[in-house]
Design a binder for this molecule. Structure first.
Ligand code: SF4
Length: 308
């Protein structure tokens, strides 16, 4: 099943890391980060437990280190907090970004657009409600993974009312493969309940109304507005965040500030199209770890190009 358009041109979907850390969607969303942090804490605990020496040995080692320090008069080393070298904490800017003139920015985007003339939303959906639900589910996973679970989910619960009244455990079971399924199940159900209570089961058409829904932040709202309703907007996901810095379009780290920089650089009619095109480029060539600059059509313009 392919994404159906709703008075729209096209738009995006997203995900994950770079040196500038990612930002979670929104306060009201049941926090995926909490779950991730919990998992990490548990993993770390296990690792430490595996490798650590018996307590008596540790105590012995600490005592001997203290004695040594007292003898030599040295002080204990304290570890500094890790800060990405290129990010200035004071003003939240990436300091090694080389901003490009607007003319070069437009030239680069033209070339990237030419490379992906079919760039479009990669989530499967049949209406705005399904798109909104799929976008919420796409947090911390791939669109392909979401597309595997949504046919069953929407077959069982085809609209906001059905999802709002569904047994939570049934939702969890269906969406389990997308990860963080406890939080996600609650989010999509609360969102569906809010749609029923506040918007008669329909997905609203404004950023303000959309972001009033549980689990819906600017990123999700902009995807829905652009893809389902053709309302222009920048979706600043991890790819757009990374590429904005690499291409010299923004020195900001905060997604909202990046969004404002990109809004100034490009005409509003192109925002949704350019968002999804940057996302495609980030997914297909300009990878977070090893960008394939040799194959990139803008390797002679891009300030981060590894091609001489
Ligand atoms: S030249 Fe390299 S860093 Fe620049 S956009 Fe292309 S792949 Fe990314």
């Amino acid at each position: 099943m392919r994404a159906q358009q709703f008075n729209s041109t096209s738009a995006p979907i997203f995900l994950l890391p770079i040196q500038i850390e990612i930002v979670a969607e929104k306060n009201q969303m049941i926090n995926f980060e909490e779950e991730m942090a919990k998992t990490k804490r548990e993993t770390t605990k296990m690792k430490v437990g595996d490798k650590s020496a018996p307590a008596s040995q540790k105590l012995k080692r600490e005592k001997s280190q203290t004695l040594k320090r007292e003898k030599t008069g040295t002080t204990m080393k304290t570890s500094k907090p890790k800060v990405p070298k290129s990010v200035s904490q004071e003003n939240d800017l990436v300091t090694d970004v080389h901003l490009v003139p607007a003319k070069i920015a437009h030239e680069m985007m033209d070339k990237i657009c030419a490379l992906y003339p079919d760039a479009d939303c990669e989530l499967d959906f049949a209406n705005p409600f399904q798109l909104l639900t799929a976008v919420i589910l796409s947090a911390q996973t791939t669109d392909a993974q979401v597309n595997k679970v949504t046919p069953m989910l929407f077959k069982r619960f085809p609209n906001a009312k059905a999802l709002a009244e569904a047994p939570l455990d049934d939702i969890k079971e269906i969406i389990r493969p997308t990860g963080y399924y406890n939080a996600k199940a609650q989010n999509i159900q609360r969102c569906a309940q809010a749609l029923v209570e506040k918007f008669k089961g329909e997905v609203p058409r404004t950023l303000e109304e959309l972001t009033s829904l549980p689990g819906v932040g600017r990123k999700t709202a902009n995807v829905v507005l652009g893809v389902a309703y053709g309302v222009p907007g920048w979706t600043v996901d991890t790819h757009v965040q990374r590429l904005s810095a690499r291409l010299g379009l923004s020195r900001n780290v905060d997604p909202y500030k990046i969004e404002l920089d990109l809004q100034k650089l490009f005409p509003s009619r192109d925002w949704s199209k350019l968002s999804i095109t940057l996302i495609w480029h980030g997914r297909r060539l300009c990878y977070a770890r090893k960008p394939e600059c040799e194959k990139c059509p803008i390797n002679q313009l891009c300030p981060s190009s590894r091609v001489p």
